[in-house]
Design a protein around this ligand. Structure first.
Ligand SMILES: C[S@@+](CC[C@H](N)C(=O)[O-])C[C@H]1O[C@@H](n2cnc3c(N)ncnc32)[C@H](O)[C@@H]1O
Length: 323
């Protein structure tokens, strides 16, 4: 069936190209233009659209993201559907996605499928830690919907932390999407302000409970000083055995994204590139040294892109708070 899917996909995509472009422009206008006007994060939209796509194509079940994506002022789900329609048809015929979206193994992962690979690794680390945790703290939550899905259970207190404008817009959209937010504590923070931790500790957050801190897709927008200060603040206020699940990016990746049209586009919403680590040589050693310098123990970690000539472009890692 894969061959038939390709045979139908190629002419369909050629004929459909103007509509695919129209859909992509519609999404880009909302994601970049409207985000800029409303002072919202465009990168958070990029990620939820990846999760919407993963759900629609059967790569990862995420009903909450699918519902939330359609209720955002700075997104266009019809545009996304228009852009991806030929691939959806091919998916139906082949019984699996062809070309995009894909979930290659970590070593072969590239930027096109980064969100799918990255989220899969975070999912596995969350699953490995959530069962005996008392709290889940989502740092820089953006439009993440993990607090509105199967993870939610009695006994797991859930917190979402983000910048004011993004969090307020999300809360409105969560309501419009009819997601259950009754058990989510929302805290407005800015990791660039050292006192942000006081907002967490002044809340219901209990520093004596094992906590899963989820910090996905955020460090690359911060300065090294802010990343280090945030980790230090978490370590000082977390029970032993708590974990920080985070992704860290190669300086090469940061430099590439920060340049040219992509860099300018990201700057439009104040999301310029920041912290990275040099993974071009001994990536393992560099990551270990980073964890050691933060006083956290490096546990499971997954480099993405190791098979490429330039080495890994990112890593998803579990850092453990010691006794
Ligand atoms: C790419 S999005 C990732 C969202 C979410 N973690 C996910 O994976 O869906 C980046 C998020 O980081 C947040 N962020 C960036 N800089 C921040 C800062 N200085 N303080 C708090 N949040 C920040 C943005 O508001 C945005 O929601």
């Amino acid at each position: 069936m894969a061959l038939l899917a390709w045979l139908i996909f190629i002419p369909l995509q050629i004929l459909w190209l103007p509509l695919s472009i129209l859909g992509a422009l519609w999404v880009a206008y909302k994601q970049i233009g409207v985000s800029k006007r409303l002072g919202l994060s465009q990168t958070a939209v990029e990620i939820i659209n990846g999760r919407w796509t993963a759900d629609v194509f059967g790569l990862r079940k995420d009903t909450a993201s699918r519902r939330l994506a359609g209720k955002l002022p700075n997104n266009s789900v019809p545009g996304l559907g228009l852009a991806l329609f030929p691939l959806m048809v091919a998916r139906l015929i082949a019984g699996r996605p062809i070309l995009y979206p894909l979930l290659p193994d970590d070593a072969r992962a590239g930027i096109a499928n980064m969100v799918f690979n990255r989220t899969a690794r975070f999912d596995s680390l969350i699953a490995a830690n959530a069962a005996d945790a008392g709290q889940l703290v989502v740092l820089g939550a953006g439009l993440d919907t993990r607090c509105y899905g199967p993870l939610a259970r009695p006994g797991l207190a859930m917190f979402e932390l983000d910048q004011t404008a993004n969090q307020r817009a999300k809360r409105k959209a969560v309501k419009r999407a009819g997601l259950n937010a009754a058990d989510v504590r929302y805290i407005e923070v800015d990791f660039a302000l050292p006192q942000w931790i006081a907002s967490l500790t002044a809340s219901d957050y209990d520093p004596s409970l094992k906590t899963v801190f989820l910090w996905e897709g955020v460090t690359l927008y911060l300065t090294e000083a802010d990343v280090r200060a945030t980790l230090a603040a978490l370590k000082a206020n977390a029970a032993p055995g708590s974990v920080v699940l985070l992704d860290l990016y190669a300086t090469r990746f940061i430099d590439t994204l920060g340049k040219g049209a992509t860099g300018k586009t990201l700057q439009a919403t104040g999301e310029g590139m920041g912290f990275g680590l040099d993974f071009s040589g001994d990536a393992e050693g560099v990551l270990k040294a980073f964890a050691d310098s933060a006083g956290l123990r490096l546990d499971r970690h997954y480099f993405l892109g190791l098979a490429s000539r330039n080495g890994a472009f990112m890593v998803v890692a579990e850092l453990v708070v010691g006794t």
